[in-house]
Design a protein around this ligand. Structure first.
Ligand code: FAD
Length: 339
């Protein structure tokens, strides 16, 4: 089953709330839907295409002249379990945080630190979502989907997904070519919660025992205090990635900017806080037209109402230029810009 709509408004389908349109919108409700739609409308194969989940990591600069493919493939099924692990297969159209809540309710460990990240399950492997010291890659067992060119199903094992910091094969080589229909997660039935990030431990202590539910509550509490709710203020979370630099570069920056957050990576390399750089450069709360830097979290750009994609994009370019000139650091976008 599928649903095809021409001249579709994307305003309610991107968390920036940008008013853009698309030539066609196709919703897939089962892994076979793409084949069925192409059999009926073969011209769709010639269209430019973009796969969409909840639209919470996208910035549309203008109307999209092509086909947008969404997923409404839902449901959970247990692929395997024993006394220590459970492999659960989840439809790509399931809301990510509903899935996290489901795991916490069942006492399964692995995704609790990723509570309240907006979007759908199908997008989680794409940019290897991460927060509070955890990444989706550490629990993704395999990814099922459809090769949109051949219309055939394919499955990618964990290693074939080529996960890295906020990226994977789905964001690189397979971008626009592979529609994820289901993700299988391998979760633990016993474990300990990881509350080592920031002031999480203190918040959990205030809530009670360090268990799955309290960790989820703590993450939700921190996120709600720091991040704007996209249903109220248009945004796409962190606009830029935390830059990866050599230790020498980080040491020099720390001299200039005491308190710079630095996270150790592999030998010789560290990740530094992009939000800190943007804040120190004086951008927090700055508004350009209808777009602005959020006043509590400098890594988040917001639509103050009526901003176009271009307004938000121009603000992001001005920030990138300034950070490079001031600190010699090239900020890379985390949000995907759709031209
Ligand atoms: C307030 C806020 C907070 C956020 N916090 C975080 C955070 O802590 N950590 C984090 O990592 N991200 C965060 N994000 C970004 C965003 O929530 C994630 O990237 C999320 O996974 C995007 O999901 P989505 O369904 O909205 O995907 P979309 O934005 O619709 O798409 C994102 C990418 O995935 C592709 N895609 C989507 N679905 C599929 C599919 N089924 N098959 C193939 N490709 C697909 C799209 O083509 C696109 O390239 C935040 C966003 C907001 C608004």
């Amino acid at each position: 089953m599928y649903k095809l709509v021409p001249n579709f408004s994307l305003k309610d389908h991107n968390s920036f709330g940008v008013d853009a349109g698309a030539s066609y919108w196709l919703t897939l409700t089962s892994p076979d839907s793409w084949k069925e739609a192409i059999a009926r409308y073969p011209h769709l194969l010639q269209e430019e295409r973009l796969i969409i989940g909840g639209g919470t990591n996208l910035l549309f600069l203008s109307d999209y002249d092509g086909l947008i493919i969404g997923t409404d493939i839902c449901g959970y099924s247990i692929a395997y379990q024993d006394s220590t692990i459970v492999d659960i297969t989840v439809g790509s159209g399931v809301d990510w945080d509903d899935f996290v809540a489901y795991c916490v309710e069942n006492g399964w460990y692995g995704v609790e630190n990723l509570s309240l990240i907006p979007g759908k399950v199908g997008a989680a492997p794409v940019q290897n979502i991460g927060a509070y010291g955890a990444e989706a890659a550490s629990v993704i067992h395999c990814v099922d989907g459809i090769n949109l060119d051949t219309c055939e199903p394919e499955c990618y094992s964990h290693d074939q997904c080529r996960f890295s910091y906020r990226s994977s094969i789905f964001k690189e080589k397979l971008s626009g070519k592979f529609m994820i229909t289901a993700v299988t997660f391998r979760l633990k039935k016993q474990g300990e919660v990881d509350s080592s990030y920031g002031d999480m431990k203190r918040i959990i202590t205030d809530l009670g025992e360090p268990n799955l539910l309290n960790l989820r509550r703590a993450v939700i509490q921190i996120r709600e205090s720091k991040l704007p709710d996209p249903r109220k203020v248009g945004n796409a979370g962190s606009f830029f990635k935390n830059p990866v630099v050599t230790e020498e570069v980080a040491w020099a920056l720390e001299e200039l900017l005491p308190g710079l957050p630095v996270y150790q990576l592999s030998e010789g390399y560290v990740k530094i806080g992009a939000g800190f750089l943007i804040e120190k450069a004086g951008w927090k709360g700055v508004q350009m037209g209808h777009a602005a830097v959020h006043d509590r979290q400098a890594l988040v750009l917001v639509n103050r109402g009526g901003a176009t994609g271009q307004d938000i994009f121009e603000l992001s370019l001005a920030i990138q230029k300034d950070i490079f000139e001031k600190y010699g650091v090239a900020l890379e976008r985390e949000v995907q810009v759709i031209e």
